[in-house]
Design a protein around this ligand. Sequence first.
Ligand code: ADP
Ligand code: MG
Length: 244
Amino acid sequence: MNAILTVSGLRCSIAGQQVVEDVTFEMPPVGITAVLGRNGVGKTSTLRGILGLIHRRGEVRLAGERIDTLPTHKIVRKGVGYVPEDREIFSSLTVAENLALAERQRAPRREFVAELFPDLVARRDQPAGTLSGGQQQMVSVARALINDNRLLLVDEPTKGLAPKIVTEVADALEEAAKTVPILLVEQNLEVVRRLADTAVVIGGGRVVHIGKAREILDDDDLTRRLLGVHAEPTHAHGTEGDRA
Ligand SMILES: Nc1ncnc2c1ncn2[C@@H]1O[C@H](COP(=O)(O)OP(=O)(O)O)[C@@H](O)[C@H]1O
Ligand SMILES: [Mg+2]
């Protein structure tokens, strides 16, 4: 299958400091590909580099077409959706307003989003800032799904959420992935095990391992070496409770 995303020798810097050294991987056009790695290794910067939000060099292709030469707004218009870390939403605006502002196509997928997040339909007139952390994350994901994207970049969607909400967000991502390939940065290894086909592991700004997500997580030594954690079904992340 032809890759939806091909990243070759990606290097990124922030304020003159190199934060991604050499990231190379390709992503199939279906399903969820996970990006794993300890804190601070450059996962978020890799996503931001792909989007051209930070200074980058190297080659990035979307379905074979180079996008590393384009400014961010053109990359977004080519169909790359982004759900940033820490779920950036407009707190004082209602759920409906948050979604309306995200629509950039003639036929936004309102019904699809409403089916996926019935909770948000019920709360459409509520200011997004008054939602729970999990509901805010759903608004953030819904903002990306309302457009017919060819690729979604999703950064730590379950961070800081209570276990039950983690499951709900994972359910939504699993459903969404039937319609769009997702590159998912995720620290909760249970979620990775459940959702991801392939995993790209980053260490120190470089890809240190690529393989089947399950094979990596089933190998305790490898998981500990690459991620510094056990792959036991404990909550590696998300035990600190729902933030809101
Ligand atoms: N705004 C910034 N200014 C300077 N350095 C940054 C900034 N954001 C991130 N970094 C550095 O870039 C490296 C990679 O960060 P990041 O991509 O956020 O890692 P991850 O998402 O894997 O935790 C880290 O060493 C971090 O300290
Ligand atoms: Mg990050």
